[in-house]
Design a protein around this ligand. Structure first.
Ligand code: ADP
Length: 161
């Protein structure tokens, strides 16, 4: 069984992330969207909120699960017997970071494998931080996040200080 893990912060999940999840779900028997919880990285939304946003967004995708890990990603991949990690590439700037990330993980585990999917051109400038910024300033984020969670995210961004 081919299991692929899509790791990230998802703070919050965007349509760009969802596009990668849908495409990965056609290539694997099972896709696990895994929030990699890093206690030293401050996220805007809580772990529970981020997991709930992803759950609601993938509810119609039968072979997609949501999970989290606060350990090393390579350990998590082993634990769930994953074939590979999935990452999305938007621009040259992503490539630089992802290359370093892949090399670092390969160093930790020689068996580490990653699959990179090119971002859909529609989403190539979309990021969680842009969603947060626009939402906090009162802008409309409808075209940036999954429809199921749009209002919830919009309201939460307006309320939080
Ligand atoms: P991280 O904080 O680990 O970079 P993110 O949740 O921001 O986690 O992103 C997870 C993965 O999804 C990364 O590989 C990132 O490049 C990719 N990604 C983020 N936004 C998009 C997008 N709009 N289209 C395609 N891939 C994306």
């Amino acid at each position: 069984m081919k299991i692929m893990v899509y790791p990230g912060s998802f703070d919050p999940i965007t349509l760009g992330h969802l596009d990668i999840i849908k495409r990965a779900s056609k290539m694997a028997d099972k896709v696990i969207v895994a929030i990699m919880h890093n206690p030293s990285k401050k996220c805007y939304f809580s772990l529970e909120e981020r997991m709930e946003f992803i759950r609601k967004s993938v509810k119609d995708l039968d072979n997609v699960e949501v999970d989290f890990s606060d350990g090393l990603m390579v350990d998590y991949l082993k634990k769930v017997s994953a074939t590979a990690a999935i990452r999305g590439l938007r621009a040259i700037t992503d490539f630089e970071y992802e290359l370093q990330w892949a090399a670092f993980n390969q160093n930790l585990d020689p068996d580490f494998e990653a699959v990179f999917l090119m971002a859909n051109s529609e989403h190539s400038f979309l990021s969680s931080s842009i969603v947060r910024e626009i939402g906090r300033m009162g802008g409309d984020i409808k075209k940036m996040v999954p429809q199921e969670i749009y209002e919830e995210i919009q309201n939460k961004l307006k309320d939080k200080v």
